[in-house]
Design a protein around this ligand. Structure first.
Ligand code: SF4
Ligand code: SF4
Length: 238
């Protein structure tokens, strides 16, 4: 007898994946995002360097980002399944009803051109960051910016087999495509494979941190001595 997966089962796996990624991000990536301006100063051309004029610095949490359900470059379904999206929206609505309003507007100055930019945060953003927990969108559990990818490649000895291609960190989009439409066996085996991959990356990060006698990857790669001002501030030089 074939056992079918229903939308609730698929959504439960989606939430489980978000939990796993939240744990990883909170241990190894959150310090980067809390210091986003500093991290973006590592980009070579300086075009992404901004000074915050008012509001809260947005990082990657721009308007609409949490509601993007596209799965880039995957074999199979290229969008999160309709059943998962429906349940995700319902849970998000319930959660947001109990949260305080947050002024989403911020203003930045481009350090390269001096241009002023006004923008809005993702509607799920709050004063202390994302308020969705395990209800984040696919992009939010998949995206890492180039400086973070570069550091993780160093940590893994350039092992792209663990990290995945640039457009699909850890193969998360591919996994979401399977979670949304695959058979029970396909979903189970893909989740087992993913968990091993994440564990490999996590162990590599911990070893790297320990071998550098540091507290975090951010400390290893982004904290430099005072003589190297480049990474020491999020402010514009101009
Ligand atoms: S992923 Fe990179 S660009 Fe995005 S918030 Fe984190 S540090 Fe900033
Ligand atoms: S859902 Fe959360 S993590 Fe994703 S863009 Fe919005 S605030 Fe950021």
């Amino acid at each position: 007898m074939t056992i079918e997966m229903n939308a609730a089962d698929r959504f439960s796996h989606y939430r489980g994946l978000c939990r796993q990624m939240n744990d990883f991000f909170s241990r190894h990536i959150a310090a980067y995002c809390r210091n986003c301006q500093q991290v973006l100063r590592r980009l070579p051309d300086g075009s992404e360097q901004h000074k915050l004029v008012s509001g809260v610095f947005p990082g990657c949490c721009h308007r609409g980002a949490g509601d993007i359900f596209r799965l880039e470059g995957v074999d199979g379904e290229t969008r999160l399944s309709a059943g998962i999206i429906a349940l995700l929206r319902r849970e998000r609505n319930d959660k947001m009803k109990n949260l305080d309003d947050f002024n989403p507007v911020y203003e930045l100055k481009n350090c390269h051109t001096g241009e002023r930019i006004t923008g809005e945060h993702c509607r799920y953003f709050g004063a202390r960051g994302c308020r969705l927990g395990e209800l984040k969108g696919p992009l939010c559990i998949n995206f890492i910016c180039p400086p973070i990818r570069s550091d993780l490649l160093k940590v893994t000895g350039d092992d792209e087999g663990v990290l995945g291609p640039e457009h699909d960190f850890l193969g998360i989009y591919q996994l979401l495509s399977v979670i949304g439409a695959g058979s029970i066996d396909e979903v189970k085996s893909s989740l087992v494979y993913f968990s091993r991959r994440l564990e490999t990356l996590n162990c590599s990060c911990e070893k790297y941190i320990s071998s550098n006698s540091a507290a975090s990857l951010f400390d290893v790669f982004c904290i430099v001595d005072d003589s190297q001002e480049l990474y020491s501030t999020g402010e514009c030089a101009i």
